[in-house]
Design a protein around this ligand. Sequence first.
Ligand code: NAI
Length: 346
Amino acid sequence: MLKVSLLSRKGFHGIYRGQDSTTGLQAVIAVHSLALGPSLGGIRMFPYTSVAAMTQDATRLAQAMSYKAAISALQLGGGKACILGNPAKEKTRDLFLSLGEFIETLGGNYIGAEDSGINPNDLDIVSEVTSHVTGSRRLPGGSGDPSPATAKGILLGIKTALQFSGNASLVQKRIIIQGMGAVGSNLARLLLNEGATVYAGDIDASRRKKAEDLGCQVVPLARLLRLQADVFAPCAMGAVLTRDVLTHLRCPIIAGGANNQFEDSSTGPKMAQALGILHAPDFVINAGGLIQLYVREILKKRNVATYLKPIKTTLKTIFEESRKTGEPPLTIAICMAQDRIRSAEQ
Ligand code: NAI
């Protein structure tokens, strides 16, 4: 039988633990804030080493989703569901039915979506028990692959950063993309279409081949981040902006899709600024996938592009505020998101 307990409310609407000894479910759902709307966020399955590690991941990710929704002016809060288990070995139908039951107990305060370790088959099972889930093929709507919309938002971010630095045209601009997966390859296609030269790198040989086929210049990873270019677009994993990378980077702009790009978020943004690098905060320009999901599944509309456009004005405001106050763009973006959430709470 499912047992749900409240772990904490500190800084959150609620952090809940769900356990079912019959199905083996061990999960945490973090609901960051409901001030702007129901909390939406992915369901992740991962072999966490402990419930504490799972709780920490869920809370960190739920807060980040809140900021992303708030800065994108979506009527949503941020949430995250994490399941303890190995997605390659421990998935069962009963596990996802009890996760659905867990989500249902929150009465719509949390809406689930796909995240790492989870696929549409799993969401189909969850949707047998709760309607508070997106990405299931059983329910009407279906927002589709988020990465093309994410890439379009990043393109807007790159253009805004270039414009802020003097010239928005992409013709003959040199762009480095690290990570040629779903987001990186879509972004490369868009940049190449606008006349840019794209230097690409990936740890995966098949992705490097795909990059070459698209028309990118594939560069060994050891050299990629030492190239002179106009923009560096990190589209692989987080924490890529280490002290070493920032020191050797020969690009005046960083604008990419990877989440949490600074290895040290307390010193990294200031260091980038001191080096004269303009950094476009990731959660501002990589919100396209979330925006698509919101437009298609919550608003039940199709015109995603209209809802992507504000990324430009938001980013420009952040850059201007950064110039005025001397604070790094990431700090400004977090403050703006927190202000929006706080004023909705009043
Ligand atoms: P993906 O898994 O399709 O692609 C990631 C690529 O990075 C893979 O090709 C992988 O081989 C490569 N990679 C991993 N480590 C690398 C390294 N050290 N150096 C070079 N390449 C490396 O993932 P996806 O969906 O393209 O996402 C990319 C990033 O954007 C992730 O950080 C993700 O969290 C973030 N993001 C993705 C969104 C989406 O719509 N897919 C939305 C918002 C953020």
